[in-house]
Design a protein around this ligand. Structure first.
Ligand code: AMP
Ligand code: GLY
Length: 424
């Protein structure tokens, strides 16, 4: 098959590596890709948020299957255009992607479906939102309605921070030009990510992971896209998994169908787990980044078969074959991320790193400059390892990090530490 993956992050590098392991993959294209991806696939510089440009590329390269990585092309209807043009594509329609692109839409679906999630109120004016908080006590959770590049959520522990967040929330233009905000009840607990493939009707759990969203050790500093992840998530026990499928995933898919919306792709449920109680924090309509890196590394080549089954409405009776292993991915980011950073610094030592079924360094914000690899994004490399225990995987991943010569880079040193402490 000729396969096209859309995206340029570590998520897409990990999907590309796994897809390449499947003998069904004959030629692999990635648009636009990055320096690491260019070593295993043909990278094509196309604007992936432009549906016509993507359809044109798919026709030109005689593509048999398209896998969409990030949320923005989904929000722009790229999967609808491709399907309309007759292509087999993995990724939800723009209508289904509203589960991520409009938090208000997602909350209304959850409310109709009876999904356990934080109570919320919606506001489209600053002063009514501020007035609402006057006689309430913090913490408050303020969320911009539309896509905000990971900057749309503030957990405010006082009224002043909440009011600033309300002002800021109205600055984020929503994907469909709506603009408003939600004020949510604060949910205490342990966060975890749960991934399910959906073919419109049937669902298949595809793994769990735990991300580390804050930039600094000990969960300090501002929120980021994610600084490291491990899989499986220790907090998602078989009992929690059963509850998530029965109380969260299945009612959501059914409610969407009732409203005439078919969900086909991966559904990523961000969960808050508090002892036996589980709530949905939010939905994303794509694989997480860096969660995909650990999932793909554990799953390997079978992922292509599973994505094809999801895209062609054949997930019923599909099975995932899991090794009894653990994986961890540590993000190496550009100094100053997530606030500001300078692109262009040279990364050395990458060609001496091992690349095996045990350890690999996925590329995210990298580009080639002549023979050199340079950092061009905020999150730049993902040192990823898998082993029989989380402890061994942890040692392997940090071993990779310590072999990379990039003075401008930094990482969290405590990825997976809490889970390791509870295991020993
Ligand atoms: P989101 O973009 O909705 O995942 O929110 C970003 C982060 O804010 C989440 O990963 C949580 O850490 C936190 N968060 C969001 N909603 C809530 C909530 N209702 N209660 C507690 N924390 C939340
Ligand atoms: N790592 C969080 C996300 O992909 O949204």
């Amino acid at each position: 098959m000729n396969i096209l993956i859309l995206g340029s992050g570590g998520r897409e590098h990990s999907i590309a590596c796994a897809v390449k392991q499947n003998p069904k993959c004959r030629t692999l294209f990635v648009a636009p890709g990055n320096a690491g991806i260019s070593e295993i696939a043909a990278c094509v510089p196309v604007d992936i948020n432009n549906p016509d440009a993507v359809v044109h590329l798919a026709k030109e390269k005689s593509i048999d299957f398209v896998i969409i990585g990030p949320e923005m092309p989904l929000a722009k209807g790229v999967s609808d255009y491709l399907r309309h043009a007759g292509f087999c594509v993995f990724g939800p329609s723009a209508a289904a992607a509203k589960l991520e692109t409009s938090k208000h839409f997602a909350k209304k679906i959850c409310r109709s479906a009876g999904v356990p999630t934080a109570n919320f109120d919606y506001f489209n004016q600053t002063h009514t939102a501020k007035y609402f908080l006057q006689d309430k006590s913090p913490p408050f959770v303020i969320k911009a309605d539309g896509l905000a590049g990971g900057k749309g959520v503030t957990v405010a522990h006082d009224h002043k921070t909440a009011e600033e967040a309300i002002e800021a929330a109205f600055c984020f233009g929503a994907a469909d030009d709506k603009s408003g905000l939600l004020i949510e009840e604060f949910l205490p607990g342990e966060e975890a990510s749960f991934f399910v493939l959906c073919d419109g009707e049937n669902t298949l759990p595809i793994g769990t992971a735990q991300d580390h969203k804050r930039v600094g050790d000990g969960d300090r500093g501002p929120n980021t896209g994610g600084m490291g992840a491990f899989s499986p998530a220790t907090s998602i026990t078989p009992d929690v998994e059963e509850k998530v499928l029965r109380k969260i995933i299945q009612p959501t898919i059914s409610e969407l169908r009732r409203q005439g919306i078919t969900y086909q792709g991966v559904l990523y449920a961000g969960l808050m787990i508090n002892e036996d109680d589980v709530h949905l924090v939010e939905y994303n309509v794509r694989f997480g980044d860096p969660e995909a890196q650990v999932l793909m590394f554990r799953l390997g080549g079978q992922i292509l078969d599973l994505l094809l089954l999801a895209a062609s409405h054949q997930l019923k009776n599909a099975q995932v074959h899991w090794a009894d292993d653990h994986a961890i991915s540590v993000v190496l980011a550009n100094r100053g991320y997530p606030l500001s950073f300078s692109p262009g610094s040279v990364i050395r030592g990458l060609d001496t790193l091992p690349r095996s079924r045990q350890a690999i360094c996925f590329h995210a914000g990298t580009a080639k400059r002549g023979e050199e690899v340079v950092a061009v994004g905020g999150r730049v490399l993902n040192a990823t390892a898998r082993a029989a225990t989380l402890k061994e995987a942890h040692a392997l991943a940090y071993g990779l990090i310590d072999s990379i010569d990039w003075p401008e880079g930094f990482c969290r040193r405590d990825i997976g530490r809490r889970a390791l402490a509870t295991q020993s």
